[in-house]
Design a protein around this ligand. Structure first.
Ligand SMILES: [Zn+2]
Length: 466
């Protein structure tokens, strides 16, 4: 079974065929760094972290790029409010973003590309759009994209050029635009705002063109997979398509467009002292652990929205613990019999078939929980094959605490502590302190550790007395 992906561009679930065999190029819209990232970001980036981990697991050589919008109106406004330079503000929140992503276990991005570092490429792309008749200049010197020059405008979002007028996201107020839906490619310098030199003159980039300049520089004019939250479909991703496909004359910009459903904080949630929809990742991580958050995001289908509140976390933690409690009783050393092997194979096949079906993580987890429920109920022997399956699942989800050390700690004393007690007992015996030595043996037995005195040595094992 091979991977299929729901493609927003074609509105269909399609087999995943990358442009070239073996390697996959993936771009996901990163944050605008003017504030701390919130749980909505955490959902999107954790879900794409799974996509990246899965593609690599399946043997694709993945190149995963995320942009960092560090030049933007929002940054300029916030910097002015707080009395720092836009560059300092962006640097601070970029660092915070990277820290938050690491804290969430989102480790799969290869390259974080800052708009800042691609200003030349952005200027060059704007000039090509000017030369090909897609861009025009306002009186103030800003360059705008004329959406009526691109017949495919609206193909991703299913809108028309006229419907583009109701763009609510980052409404563009350029005065003298030809069409309400036209958007800025390059903004003319204004007093007090940062300014860059470029081949089309001084100014600063518009938001949409940052991404297409970055992906063209790193991947070329076409690549495999573009991701982002669903509120970016219009106008942001539509604008990306209009820019790059017009500039290069090739389409599609990206073969597959994946969009994550939005996270809403349920009103009345006690989770946060903040108001509205904004709970920062940092704040959430003071209330819960990162694996519970990952479980919460990954146990839902990525295209679904999440209504988030305290209850969501309680449920996620409960589900996590069911897996971890089960794992604590899996013997990792013993080899598995044919029955266990075949049950594990069935579970694994179901799990991966679901992931292959447009990353159906809830379906995949249902296979895992079926196995756990039956094993608990029927008292199945669960050993090496089961343990391997849990590790494999967790290499994709990173939602469970399964380290070998915690596992053996869960089933009783850690090995180091057992060694220490066994040696203490031997010392007592050598000094003929037999009563004290026997107390240690009984204590270990109560922990499920059997101590046996052989001719030349004392050995211990987990289990029942022979
Ligand atoms: Zn973007």
């Amino acid at each position: 079974v091979s991977l299929t992906i729901y493609n927003t561009l074609t509105r269909a679930t399609q087999p995943f065929n990358p442009m070239s065999d073996g390697s996959v190029s993936m771009f996901v819209c990163g944050p605008t760094v003017y504030d701390y990232s919130h749980l909505g970001h955490a959902k999107t980036y954790t879900q794409f972290d799974l996509v990246a981990r899965y593609l690599r697991h399946e043997g694709h050589e993945l190149r995963y790029v995320q942009n960092i919008t560090d030049i933007d109106d929002k940054i300029i406004v916030r910097a002015a409010e707080t009395g720092v330079t836009p560059a300092a503000l962006a640097a601070e929140y970029q660092a915070a973003y990277l820290t938050d992503m690491a804290a969430l276990g989102n480790t799969s991005v290869d390259t974080y590309a800052r708009a800042h570092d691609f200003v030349d490429a952005i200027g060059a792309q704007v000039r090509r759009l000017v030369e090909t008749g897609h861009a025009y200049q306002l009186e103030d010197g800003s360059w705008y994209y004329d959406v009526t020059t691109f017949p495919d405008y609206g193909k991703l979002s299913g809108r028309t050029v006229l419907q583009a007028e109701d763009a609510v996201s980052r409404i563009d107020r350029g005065i003298g635009k030809r069409n309400a839906g036209d958007f800025a490619l390059w903004k003319a310098p204004k007093p007090g705002e940062p300014v860059w030199e470029s081949v089309i003159g001084p100014g600063r980039p518009g938001w949409h063109i940052e991404d297409t300049a970055i992906t063209e520089a790193l991947f070329g004019p076409q690549y495999d997979l573009h991701g982002g939250a669903s509120d970016l479909i219009f106008p942001h991703h539509e604008a990306e398509i209009a820019q790059m496909e017009a500039a290069s004359g090739r389409q599609p910009l990206a073969r597959y467009w994946m969009h994550t459903g939005l996270l809403r904080v349920r009103s009345g949630a006690k989770m946060s002292k903040s108001s509205g929809n904004f709970i920062s990742v940092r704040e959430a991580l003071t209330r819960t652990d990162y694996r519970t958050l990952r479980y919460c995001f990954l146990s839902q289908h990525y295209r679904s929205g999440i209504e988030f509140d305290e209850h969501t976390l309680v449920q996620a933690r409960g589900a996590r613990e069911r897996v971890e409690n089960f794992a604590a009783h899996v013997s990792s050393g013993e080899s598995s019999g044919p029955e266990e092997k075949s049950r594990v194979a069935h579970t694994r096949a179901g799990f991966f078939a679901c992931l292959n079906a447009d990353f159906d993580t809830p379906g995949a987890l249902a296979f895992l929980f079926d196995y756990i429920r039956s094993a608990n109920r029927e008292g199945w022997s669960v050993t090496a094959a089961t343990w391997e399956l849990l590790l494999q699942v967790n290499s994709l989800l990173d939602a469970f605490e399964l380290a070998e050390s915690t596992r053996s700690a869960d089933v009783g004393l850690p090995d180091t502590e057992i060694e220490r007690l066994v040696q203490e007992r031997e010392r007592l015996r050598a000094e003929r302190g037999f009563a004290a030595a026997d107390r240690i043996r009984d204590q270990l037995l109560a922990e499920g550790i059997v101590v046996e005195d052989r001719q030349a040595e004392t050995i211990w094992r987990r289990g029942r007395p022979a």
